[in-house]
Design a protein around this ligand. Structure first.
Ligand SMILES: [Zn+2]
Length: 505
């Protein structure tokens, strides 16, 4: 790795540890950026060339920010990132680094140079760990209902419609393209129990270039699932899951992966949970489910299994290095120890927790115990498709946990001390942290990681960021991005070095 100096390190408290800021030299190219295959004429945007005959790969010249650890934000001023044709970052070169000028020249000649000029900057692609894809048409509605009514009256009837592949195709295409435009380069999806429309979701992710985990939902419990939306047997659910695993081994290109997906313990019989655990042992693929989300679920599992959600899932072979446990609000200390020991991860969903959970997830405690944690929108329990919104609500909910919410209690008994999370930690969780949960090489601008990236344009006229010359540092612009960025502030998105979304100017 040629880049030897971190330009700036900021502790999670915002303390500046060092500041070696590079000036931005003129690379001798026009202000036209170049991305593969597309053409635009807007200011600061794009000139096209899809020609890459020299096999240079893609080369990006930009200021880049990432948070490889939760207490470190690195601002890399005017670096050149060399991405191989396999989508992996080969080098990150500082100004003056040996070979940098020659690489830029070669890329310019090959038509594979992208120049992103300040104040625009790049961040790693966002990783959303928990999305219910079929609930996309329900985004922003039905949230006035209590959980049981939300499931039985709104959600299960909607999800049952995905027996219709035409309906599934239209809604899934809308969802995946919208999430890409919002900068979500890695998405972890629950689909439905329908085999064919689940394959449709995977196919759309492959076609549109999104990195994804796709799960065929398994739910066979006659006492908890309605007749119109239930697997006909545990065998059928296991077989459907196995078929999806085989299908994605053939067509997923390693970018779209299967996830074994028991909806949650209450909706699954013991036979089904055991069968899915066997599949997980056989294939070693990812697993996703809900865990200790609410008092109802938590108590239901305790009464039925005589143990906690995490313990019961573990006994069925469903808690391992590639497990994503959504919510996890009511984990006890022994549950956290178990999850850490197994190397499993938590998808923290702060926005939907407001509506359907019983408590705020103790994020700080989980992080200090060393659990892998990332963030999820939980569409449509969470009424936003934006991972920036999710970051913001991560900060908000942690602050409320620390300070407390009941004004009738005295200040010293109102909250849970040492619970707050700052914007850098939230940014880390939405990028590198989520990648660690999934055990995927994304979320950082470092050699050996895949180039999944988002170009932020703070000056988008209809965006949500106010920038003031001389007042806003690049770190400030990242914080303003998290608190205010809209889809308009996202100028372009790449997965594996290939453009997958661009703002229409
Ligand atoms: Zn969920």
């Amino acid at each position: 790795m040629a880049r030897a100096v971190h330009d700036r390190r900021i502790s999670h408290g915002g303390t500046l540890l060092s500041s070696h800021r590079h000036t931005i030299p003129d690379l001798g190219v026009s202000s036209w950026a170049i991305v593969c295959g597309r053409s635009r004429t807007a200011r600061g945007a794009v000139k096209v060339s899809s020609d890459n005959k020299a096999g240079v790969g893609q080369v990006f010249s930009a200021t880049c920010l990432h948070a490889p650890r939760r207490d470190v934000l690195e601002v890399m001023d005017d670096v050149v990132i060399h991405v191989g044709e396999d989508g992996f970052i080969r080098e990150v070169l500082d100004p003056g680094a040996p070979g940098r000028d020659a690489l830029v020249d070669a890329a310019r000649q090959a038509g594979s140079l992208s120049v992103i000029r300040s104040p625009r900057f790049l961040i790693p692609g966002l990783v959303d760990l928990h999305i219910h894809a079929p609930q996309w048409p329900q985004l922003g509605k039905a949230l006035h209902l209590p959980l049981e009514d939300w499931l039985q009256q709104a959600t299960f009837p909607l999800e049952s419609r995905y027996s219709d592949v035409v309906f599934a195709t239209a809604t899934y295409r809308s969802l995946v393209s919208t999430l890409l435009a919002n900068g979500t380069t890695t998405a972890v999806y629950f689909a439905t129990l329908h085999d064919e429309s689940t394959r449709v979701l995977a196919d759309i992710c492959i076609e549109l270039g999104q990195r994804a985990l796709v799960g065929r939902v398994a739910m066979d419990h006659p006492g908890e699932c309605p007749d119109f939306y239930r697997d006909e047997s545990s065998d059928a659910a296991v077989r459907g899951t196995d078929d999806l695993i085989a299908y994605l081994a053939r067509v997923g290109k390693g970018r779209v992966l299967p996830a074994i997906t028991p909806r949650f313990i209450p909706s699954c019989t013991d036979e089904l949970l055991a069968g899915l655990g066997e599949l997980a042992a056989q294939h070693g693929c990812h697993i996703q489910t809900h865990c200790s989300e609410s008092d109802w679920e938590h108590d239901h599992v305790l009464a039925r299994m005589g143990r906690s959600d995490a313990e019961a899932l573990h006994e069925f072979g469903l808690v391992g290095r590639h497990s994503v446990l959504a919510h996890a609000n009511l984990l006890g200390d022994s549950d956290m120890d178990l999850i850490k020991q197994q190397g499993a991860g938590v998808a923290h969903c702060p926005l939907s927790n407001i509506y359907f959970s019983s408590a705020v997830f103790p994020l700080r405690r989980a992080l200090e115990k060393g659990l892998h944690v990332g963030l999820g929108t939980d569409i449509s329990g969470g009424p936003s498709a934006s991972m920036f919104e999710t970051c913001k609500h991560t900060v908000h909910s942690a602050r409320m946990l620390e300070l407390g919410v009941n004004a009738r209690l005295s200040a010293d008994e109102r909250g849970v001390p040492n619970s707050r999370i700052d914007f850098i930690e939230a940014f880390h969780l939405a990028t590198a942290g989520g990648a660690v949960v999934l055990d995927l090489p994304v979320g950082r601008f470092e050699p050996g990681y895949r180039f999944d990236a988002v170009q932020i344009d703070p000056d988008a006229v209809d965006g949500g960021i106010l920038r003031f010359d001389g007042l806003d540092s690049t770190e400030d612009l990242l914080q303003k991005t998290i608190y205010g960025a809209t889809r308009s502030n996202i100028a372009a998105v790449w997965v594996d070095g290939q453009a997958v979304a661009e703002r229409a100017d």
